[in-house]
Design a protein around this ligand. Structure first.
Ligand code: FSX
Ligand code: SF4
Ligand code: F3S
Length: 370
């Protein structure tokens, strides 16, 4: 691949790949390996299928920041089938998909976008007359790995909101027992960088990145939004917005009282941002509470303005999590060293609870939105 011909210097490309490595929690030096993999002749086949969804995940992938660099990576992937992006339609598209499966059996990455309706034999989403649930199973059995992109494919998403009339089901559940590796990239839409990084990890190391208990890459979903939020100092100090446009809201205070689900949602939105249109380009940054779109049983299940459960007392932004439930296990020795810190954090959580109470008492005239 001739990157210079695309107007990209080798240096810029290496810098970009090193940034991807760091983003995935790998040493920056591995950027060279990622660059080598990206420039090798290998072109992993990707088949992208869509069920119950809004196409937001493809759309956001098409709006990446460094168009030339990302195009290059995407060109590196052979996107052999995508209903949204393919030129053929109808029977020709079906044939293109079958051809892509045949030619890449056992080697392609299957991207599933959207939930899989399973009620009544899966009749609520059919493509070419075939229920999507059958398409997912039939295609996945020939894939090397499955990437469930977006909250719909990861958890059921918007289509699974109660009473879930179509039986919208996540991809991993439909594929249970098939012994096919599945990675979930939740988010409505999923952050395209989380997708690109996962694909590049696979391309470079021939395996999926390290996953958590909910099949999410740890590099992207290892921390609560609340841990990295720029409004966190306001939360800790008990300064809240109580209504859109009130003084606290105008001053950029914490949105917890407006129903922000950052304290119970895992994703890298505050650090990775969206669309790279500048700083603050993420829900809380724009002044709206996090809806918990990325979290199982939160977004589309808990009402927008219902207050979140503060999941775990953690240190402020920039500090390692005191609770080891997420992240690497703590050794006995390390636990001893951490002891004082944990005590401080427990103390801090008591302060937070006090601040939440005090803030409410301080604002008797502001009505919480229902
Ligand atoms: Fe769902 Fe994505 Fe939301 Fe939309 O894939 S995660 S509705 S942004 O398109 O599937
Ligand atoms: Fe940020 Fe929401 Fe946490 Fe407040 S509650 S600090 S706005 S994530
Ligand atoms: Fe979604 Fe909340 Fe991030 S609404 S985009 S998980 S800040």
């Amino acid at each position: 691949m001739n990157i210079e011909a695309l107007g990209i210097t080798r240096r810029d490309f290496l810098k970009y790949c090193s940034a991807l490595a760091v983003y995935m929690g790998l040493p920056a030096a591995l950027g060279t390996k990622i660059a080598e993999a990206a420039m090798s002749a290998k072109r992993p086949s990707v088949i992208w299928i869509s069920g119950q969804e809004c196409t937001g995940c493809v759309e956001s992938l098409l709006r990446l920041n460094h168009p030339t660099l990302e195009t290059l990576i995407l060109e590196k992937i052979s996107l052999d089938y995508s209903e949204t992006l393919s030129t053929p339609a109808g029977h020709l598209a079906e044939e293109a998909m079958q051809k892509a499966i045949e030619e890449n059996k056992g080697k392609f990455l299957l991207v599933v976008e959207g939930a899989v309706p399973v009620k009544d034999g899966g009749i609520y989403c059919k493509i070419g007359g075939k229920p999507f649930v059958d398409i997912v199973k039939d295609t996945a059995q020939h894939a090397a790995a499955v990437i469930a992109i977006g909250s719909c494919a990861s958890w059921g998403g918007v289509a699974s909101a109660e009473p879930n009339p179509t039986g919208a089901t996540p991809a991993w559940k439909v594929l249970e027992g098939m012994k096919i590796p599945v990675v979930n990239l939740p988010g409505c839409p999923a952050n395209p960088y989380n997708f690109i990084s996962t694909v590049m990890h696979y391309l470079t190391f021939n395996k999926l990145p390290e996953l958590d208990g909910k099949l999410r890459p740890k590099f992207a979903y290892g921390r609560l939004i609340h841990e990295n939020c720029e409004r966190r100092p306001h939360f800790d100090a008990g300064r809240f917005a109580y209504a859109f446009g009130d003084e606290g809201h105008r001053k950029g205070y914490c949105l917890y009282q407006l129903g922000c689900k950052g304290p119970e949602t895992y994703n890298n939105c505050p650090t990775q941002l969206y669309g790279d249109a500048g700083s603050n380009t993420w829900p809380v940054g724009t002044g709206h509470p996090c809806f918990g779109c990325s979290e199982q049983h939160v977004g589309f299940h808990i009402p927008l303005f219902t207050q979140a459960k503060v999941q775990q007392p953690t240190a402020g932004p920039g500090y390692p999590a005191a609770d080891s439930a997420k992240g690497s296990p703590v050794t006995v020795g390390a636990a001893a060293v951490l002891g004082a810190g944990v005590g401080a954090v427990l103390g801090a959580s008591a302060v937070v609870a006090k601040n939440l109470k005090k803030a409410s008492a301080d604002q008797p005239t502001e009505k919480h939105p229902e």
